[in-house]
Ligand binder design. Structure first.
Ligand code: SF4
Length: 126
């Protein structure tokens, strides 16, 4: 099968086609942090054609020495402000943060595969 992504050192693989039906569970759910670096902040502001300070005030909050993208509370759940339910996609996809690009291959999940499987239907054993 070609629709499977594996990464060295990870005890699972990922099937991207699962995203079509999962309703953005990696961008919604429990509240969390969506960290952005300085260069990512500039890239997203640029994509949105916004002044970087206006962008930061509107969409970011500070967590320790880092910045995270804000979330919207939707019922009992939370959604990244850039998650678009209608299109089931990310409104800043081209400039999305590394944290989003590298999901589900996060060190955190290497030893928490069951937790990851609950969040993402695209996870398969290797
Ligand atoms: S920035 Fe995009 S990919 Fe990342 S959590 Fe938000 S909607 Fe999802």
């Amino acid at each position: 099968m070609s629709d499977i992504i594996k990464q060295d050192g990870f005890p699972y693989a990922f099937t991207p086609s699962a995203c079509e039906t999962c309703e953005g569970r990696c961008c919604t759910g429990e509240s969390g942090y969506i960290y952005v670096t300085k260069s990512e902040i500039f890239a997203i502001a640029d994509l949105l054609e916004m002044d970087v300070n206006d962008f930061a005030i509107k969409y970011l909050f500070k967590k320790g020495y880092k910045y995270s993208i804000k979330e919207n509370k939707v019922g009992d759940s939370y959604e990244c402000v850039f998650y678009d339910k209608e299109s089931n996609g990310c409104q800043i996809y081209k400039a999305r943060p590394t944290q989003c690009k590298t999901f589900p291959f996060w060190d955190y999940f290497k030893t928490r595969v069951d937790e990851l499987k609950e969040e993402c239907p695209g996870i398969v054993d290797v």
